[in-house]
Design a protein around this ligand. Structure first.
Ligand SMILES: Cc1cc2nc3c(=O)[nH]c(=O)nc-3n(C[C@H](O)[C@H](O)[C@H](O)COP(=O)(O)OP(=O)(O)OC[C@H]3O[C@@H](n4cnc5c(N)ncnc54)[C@H](O)[C@@H]3O)c2cc1C
Length: 375
């Protein structure tokens, strides 16, 4: 237990009470604080984050603004049925609209460059027609089409691509920076390097025990929102939340990567895109699920080797792609793809388990959670 930080009379009187404490400053925590502050201007809201930057997935991801490739939809159709699969697409699509509306395309560098599923064998046109027909009533468009023109430098192993014209990319760092700025302008106070150890009951709300570098402090809140995604087990042991690590490799700048687009393969488990003439590739968690079921960051050598081999399949050995940087982030998964958004008790709500879709659904989850936080 860290040593206790003794508070002054002034701190006790004016600084440690909040109407809402949000735990976790990922995309969900930030949007929850933002939407709550819009609903209740003048309320005191604090965000507590254990890292200096958010330490889960929100600043580690690939920046795909995507709502479903055909092979991903095939899986959703099998597991959820057509209505639920279409409703998940719409949740992601509407979430992306909300993200863009709240922050602006310029601030997050949103570019509708198209999403492409890479096909190593000929795709089934009938299935593409089926999904276009399924989604047309919701989207008002038939998003999918086969593209055979290879302007991306792929080897002949790539037969063609299925394009989703409504998908795009964002700049993840700029998105979080824009969101942090908006949250700060709304009057929310953000504390970093402040790990919440415990949330305890208290007559008028919750006492929140926070570990800081100079000792532990107890804050007081009328309501607490847990936006801790993969790191929720200590607070909510009964919820089905499994961590899943994702890794990303980033190449050195290379003139060959002067195209734009967001690409998927292996049923959406793997992906790549470009950023400033660099190639970003990631995924492959399914190759070593047991090892990747972890809260620890790190690079799995087996998956790294597999991604490097994929690069040779996609672009040929002669492309000689040099990796400059690699990193990992931690996501949260469960028995369904649906996030958990619920009231846990009269003073506690949770918005967690966003899987690999947090850019698409994060704003919407934050909005719904803020609506649950009725005063
Ligand atoms: C490699 C990778 C690539 C991805 N690519 C994409 C993509 O292209 N498109 C897409 O839509 N999604 C993608 N995702 C998923 C997406 O990033 C996540 O779904 C999303 O960021 C989840 O946001 P969150 O706010 O729920 O969780 P997080 O971002 O994990 O935020 C939770 C925060 O809570 C903090 N926290 C936890 N416990 C405590 C505590 N006790 N006290 C204080 N703070 C605490 C953590 O430090 C963390 O900052 C990717 C994820 C990874 C890892």
């Amino acid at each position: 237990m860290p040593k206790k930080n003794v508070l002054s009379y002034w701190e006790k009187a004016s600084l440690r009470h909040f109407d809402l404490i949000v735990v976790g400053s990922g995309v969900v925590g930030l949007f929850t604080a933002l939407f709550y502050s819009k609903r209740y201007p003048g309320h005191r809201v604090a965000i507590l984050e254990k890292g200096l930057f958010p330490e889960g997935a929100s600043t580690k991801n690939a920046g795909f603004a995507c709502f479903g490739s055909i092979s991903e939809l095939e899986n959703d159709l099998k597991n959820l049925g057509s209505l639920q699969a279409a409703s998940l697409v719409m949740e992601r699509y509407n979430g992306l609209q909300l993200l863009r509306q709240e922050l602006g395309d310029k601030a997050i560098e949103y570019e509708e460059v198209g999403g492409y599923e890479v096909c190593f064998s000929s795709p089934d046109q009938q299935r593409i027609d089926f999904f276009n027909t399924l989604l047309e009533p919701f989207l008002g468009e038939r998003p999918y089409s086969i593209v055979s023109k290879n302007r991306f430098g792929f080897t002949s192993k790539v037969k063609c691509m299925i394009k989703n014209k409504l998908e795009g990319t964002i700049h993840t760092g700029k998105m979080i920076a824009a969101l942090q700025e908006k949250v700060s302008k709304a009057g929310v106070v953000s504390f970093t390097q402040s790990e919440v150890l415990k949330v305890k009951n208290y007559a008028q709300g919750k006492k929140v025990l926070v570990k800081t570098l100079s000792g532990s402090i107890e804050l007081i809140a009328a309501q607490v929102a847990l936006c801790t995604n993969a790191f929720s087990k200590n607070f909510l042991p009964e919820e089905n939340v499994k961590p899943g690590r994702g890794i990303i490799l980033l190449s050195k700048p290379n003139k060959a990567f002067n195209w734009k687009g967001s690409f998927h393969y292996h049923e959406g488990f793997n992906y790549f895109r470009t950023i400033n003439n660099r190639l970003l590739i990631g995924g492959g968690r399914h190759l070593d699920q047991e090892e990747e079921n972890t809260l620890e960051n790190g690079i799995n050598k087996k998956i790294e080797a597999s991604l490097m081999s994929d690069l040779r399949t996609l672009f040929g050995s002669e492309a000689n792609i040099k990796i400059d940087q690699s990193w990992s982030g931690i996501m949260a998964f469960g028995e369904t793809k649906k996030p958990i958004i619920k009231r846990i008790n009269p003073h506690l709500v949770a918005g967690i388990r966003l899987g690999g879709m947090g850019i698409a659904i994060g704003a919407g989850v934050g909005k719904t959670l803020a609506e649950l936080l009725e005063v």
